[in-house]
Write a protein that binds this ligand. Structure first.
Ligand SMILES: NC(=O)c1ccc[n+]([C@@H]2O[C@H](COP(=O)([O-])OP(=O)(O)OC[C@H]3O[C@@H](n4cnc5c(N)ncnc54)[C@H](O)[C@@H]3O)[C@@H](O)[C@H]2O)c1
Length: 251
């Protein structure tokens, strides 16, 4: 018996980074998985590698019509969707004085609106088919502040807040909604901002003295997707090596 037998999951941003690890572990635990991403080549290659219980869908989370297509396709292909990993996101650093409004809006559209549209798109299916689990990717930037990160952090705080509201609204319908808050994770998103040097600096600030890896994150998604977490709803779970365990003078 696998931990995710009977689960039909959509993993947004599933083609690389944390999403790839989530997709791989979901399939390994018995789920049928739609890898939903704008990265066509990487997404298709991953689906091919994972075999018949994985499928790639070319999907832009900021587009509601795209959401309708991906949910309908998943329902027809694998059965009613009962897990959504709302993982897709982009990171753009920018000073308040200089970050262009267009970039702020792009971050908002993908991270925040995309998360909302995902919850909206799966709710009817989940409600009609015995419930489900929605896992929203926030960040430690949704728990505290970081200079040069206002636009991104705004979306991650919003995801944390939307998760609480959705948990209240959807709980009575059998749908659990939780947010996860990774610290610095070694993925293409973070590597692009300084490579190994950035990772070493990041590691030096973490109580566990290392940055996280996608393989550290995926098991939490498996747990929240599975029935093992059946009484966890509206929770925010940090997975950060301890960086949010202290305050500014904590050393
Ligand atoms: N890496 C970190 O340190 C870190 C820390 C905390 C939170 N997060 C969050 O975790 C999530 C995954 O991040 P990651 O590190 O794996 O990033 P990543 O950049 O490695 O992967 C993100 C994936 O999202 C996809 N994507 C981007 N825009 C999309 C869109 N409009 N529609 C569909 N897919 C889209 C990309 O193609 C990519 O496959 C993000 O929400 C990110 O904000 C990351």
């Amino acid at each position: 018996m696998n931990r995710l037998d009977g689960k039909v999951a959509i993993v947004t941003g599933g083609a690389q980074g944390q999403g790839e690890a989530i997709s791989r572990q979901f399939v390994a635990e018995g789920a049928r998985v739609v890898i939903a991403d704008i990265a066509k080549e990487a997404g298709q290659a991953l689906a091919d590698d994972l075999g018949a219980t994985a499928h790639f869908a070319d999907h832009d989370v900021s587009d509601s019509a795209s959401w309708a297509r991906v949910v309908e396709d998943a329902n027809e292909r694998f059965g009613a969707v009962n897990v959504l990993a709302n993982n897709a996101g982009i990171l753009r650093f920018g000073d308040i004085e200089r970050q262009p409004a267009e970039e702020v809006e792009l971050i908002w559209r993908i991270n925040q609106l995309g998360c909302f549209l995902g919850m909206q798109a799966v709710t009817r299916t989940m409600r009609k088919n015995g419930g489900g689990s929605i896992i929203n990717a926030s960040s430690v930037e949704g728990l505290a502040g970081m200079a040069g990160c206002t636009a991104y952090a705004a979306t991650k705080w919003a995801i944390r807040g939307m998760t609480k509201c959705a948990a209240m609204e959807l709980g009575p319908k059998g749908i659990r909604v939780n947010s996860i808050h990774p610290g610095m994770i070694d993925t293409p998103m973070t590597r692009v901002h300084g490579g190994d040097a950035a990772m070493e600096f990041g590691a030096s600030r973490v109580p566990l003295r290392r940055v996280g890896h996608p393989a550290d994150i995926a098991p939490l998604y498996v747990f929240l997707a599975s029935n093992e977490s059946s009484y966890i709803n509206g929770a925010e779970i940090s997975i950060d090596g301890g960086v949010t365990a202290t305050h500014a003078f904590g050393g």
